[in-house]
Write a protein that binds this ligand. Sequence first.
Ligand code: NAP
Length: 295
Amino acid sequence: MAAIIDGKKISQEIKDQVKLEISQLNHELKPGLAVVLVGEDPASMVYVSNKVKACNETGINSFKYELPATTPEAELMNLIDELNNDNKINGILVQLPLPKHINEEAVIKKINPLKDVDGFHPENVGKISIGAEDCFYPCTPYGCQELIYRTVNDIKGKHLVIVGRSNIVGKPLANMMIQKKDRANCIVTVCHTAAKDISVYTKQADILVVAVGYKDTVTGDMVKPGAVVIDVGMNRLPHPDDSNKTKLYGDVDYDSVFPIASAITPVPGGVGPMTISMLMRNTLKAFKIHNNIKN
Ligand code: NAP
C-alpha cells in the first residue's frame, strides 16, 4: 500500500516557512506580488483570489489588477511596464489564459525576467535548462519537485519518467530534475502522444509524474512496484452519483495504482495546493534578489 503524499500539509509548511522568513526580514519594504486578471473567466477568478489569500497569509503585499476582457493589448503592456518599474512589486503574475485578442507570448516576454515569478519568460526557461540559480521555476513543476524531494531519499540516478511535455509542467520539470549540480540528478525520460505505448516508459519509472489532462491515463498495470507517483492532472468531470455536480479527477487511476506504488499524491490534495505555495516562495526569492539579501 502506498503512502499518501499530503500536498495540503506540505503546502502549509512552505507557506509557514515563507511567513517566518518575511517576519524576520529586517527591511523597510515587504515582498510585493502584482496579480493581473484580464476578463472574468470564473476559474481564473478563483485562482486569483486564492493567490491573494495566500499573500495575506504569508505577509506578502498583494496588488490586484482586474481589467475588462476588452482591454487592448497595448494597455496591458503599459501596465506591465509600470509594474516592471515599481520597486514595491517583486513579482508579476498575469493570469492565463488571456482573451484571444492578446498575444500571450508577447505579454510574457514583456515581464521583467527578474519579476517573472511564474517562470514562463524565455530567459527563465533558458536559465532553468542550464541550471542557473538566479531564475524562477514555474510553480507547478516546482511543487512537484518539492514533493519528490520530501518523498524520495537519495534521488541521484533514479529514473524519473514524465508523461506530458507541456511548457508549463513536463518540459520545465524535466530540465529541473536532470541537473547535475543539486539534489535532482535523475535519469529523465519524457513521453507524450507520439509514444505508441506509454506503458513501455511508465513501467520503468522509479518516480512517475503524469501531466496530461485525461483521467485514468495511467493505471496500476503501467506502474513499477514501489514507484513514487505524482499526479498533476486536474480533470473536472460530471459527478458519477449526481449529474448536477462535478468531481475532480487526476490523470492517474488512483485505486489501481495505490496498491502498487510506494507513495502517491491524491487528487485533490496533492500537487494542486503546492502551486500557490511555490508562488509565494518565488515572490520571496524575487524580493531577496531585488534587495540583495543573501541566503
Ligand atoms: P497540456 O498543455 O494539454 O499538455 C498535455 C501533455 O500531455 C502534452 O504533451 C500531450 O502530448 C500529453 N498527452 C496527452 N494525452 C496523452 C496520452 N494519452 N499519452 C501520452 N501523452 C499524452 O496540459 P498541461 O497544461 O501540462 O496540464 C496537464 C494536466 O495537469 C491537466 O489536467 C491540467 O489541468 C493539470 N495541471 C494542474 C496544475 C496544478 O496546479 N495542479 C497546473 C497545471 C496543469 P503532445 O505534446 O504530444 O500533445
